[in-house]
Design a protein around this ligand. Sequence first.
Ligand code: G16
Length: 546
Amino acid sequence: MTSSVLRVTLDQPFADQKPGTSGLRKSSRQFETPHYLESFIEAILRTVPGVAGGTLVVGGDGRYGNLRAIDVISRMAAAHGVARLITTTDGILSTPAASNLIRKHGAVAGIILSASHNPGGPEGDFGVKVNGANGGPAPESLTDAIYACSQTLDGYRIVEAPSISLEAPGQHAIAALTLEVIDGVDDYLALMQQLFDFDQIGDLLRNNYPIAFDAMHAVTGPYAKRLLEGLLGAPKGTVRNAVPLEDFGGGHPDPNLTYAHELAELLLQGDDYRFGAACDGDGDRNMILGRRCFVNPSDSLAVLTANATLAPAYADGLAGVARSMPTSAAVDVVAKQLGIACYETPTGWKFFGNLLDAGRITLCGEESFGTGSNHIREKDGLWAVLFWLQLLARKRTSVAAIMADHWSRFGRHYYSRHDYEAIASDRAHGLYDRLKGLLPSLAGERFAGRAIATADDFSYTDPVDGSLTTGQGLRLLLDDGSRVVFRLSGTGTQGATLRVYLESYVSPEGQLQQDPQLALADLIQAADQLAEIKLRTGMGVPTVIT
Ligand code: G16
């Protein structure tokens, strides 16, 4: 079949293609605007080093727009001289599995089609993420260069060819490009088998240890089915909402207590299950639940760190750990006791990349339900689920007992995040800028009965390459170790989302209360007063409380 390269001229570049925390995330409708997707892909293909003659990985979370985007990317990659493009059956590829494929095949980059935990469908969101040759989210230097390129674009190149069915594995040609359709699940499962003791976990799950996993009609369904119900022998039906749907069944594939409330109710109010977990749209986030027990993501990182040697992959101990700034300091306490380094980075998985590549850290995590290790360069939802199952299989105790034991050894970081979503952008920025302006006058002032020790806008110097990142969140560090952090989300698509992170520490000797909202009540109230949240947003309560 002959195929020719079409050169499409653009009258003017799209102004709104600035990637956020996690790539370019916009409404599906915006991505359907003529030439919008194509021009961002053109900017990627012109900017990523090694595209001509190289290998690319592409796939996505199955949301509306996934297959169309893979078709466009394949034909544009062919026009840019990419030698080999690896994609998966039905184009279904989780973000962690993509990271693994990039590394395994020596790809120059990966293009992951997902708006993560944002809703999908024609009226939902779509997204394009770029990962580099190390398998991790592109560093800011690369996304900035892609953005700069998109802003001067005069056109793009695409091969004219019929679209190729991705229904089954196989090899196809588009001009000189080889399109390889592989099973997206096999390689990921093989990697997990190297990290964990499947016999031990299987023994747990086959013997009256009912668990529930909610794939939220998103990408992890096919992975979790083969993993939990196949390899590990959990009963059929363990994986709920297992079929990926273009609109996630109308749901919001964000594994937290609000959006995964059905699962949360099963575990927190019922007695049928010992363990529950959910992953997000593209499979990199995780929520862990035990019977009547929610595991805060910051605590989850601390528990995995404290017990890492129980998993075969980490039996020799950890090089170090890292957490994003708004994540609680629970892991810091564990790291100190283990005598290993603990790094505090800005929000965004890309900031862990250099530390992982340099071998300075083995585990890392974020309060936003992301946990991962050096096995790939992305956070990994099912990996975290397996890690917890590994702990449970070894300890033969409950999630609640693991948490109680942890707090009795290390103390407890009461922690909560309050999200105010879809605030009018000017109001949110007005609130934030006002607070930022107040910072210099806050040190030494009283706040919720404590003194403010430090009030600053977090900045980070990467210890590996020395790069400086500023403006990463407004912090109030109080004299008793409590903290309040204010940040504007980098992943929303409607208006702005204000996140307020609240944390206070109680030592093992201290009184352990039960409900974090009560333990943090004075901080919550003081944060609202200082930032004038209710007044300025008109919202009486947060949209989501974690
Ligand atoms: C993305 C990044 C995460 C980061 C999160 C922050 O998550 O991959 O590393 O923690 O954004 O989101 P926000 O800026 O809204 O607080 P994801 O799962 O959307 O890719």
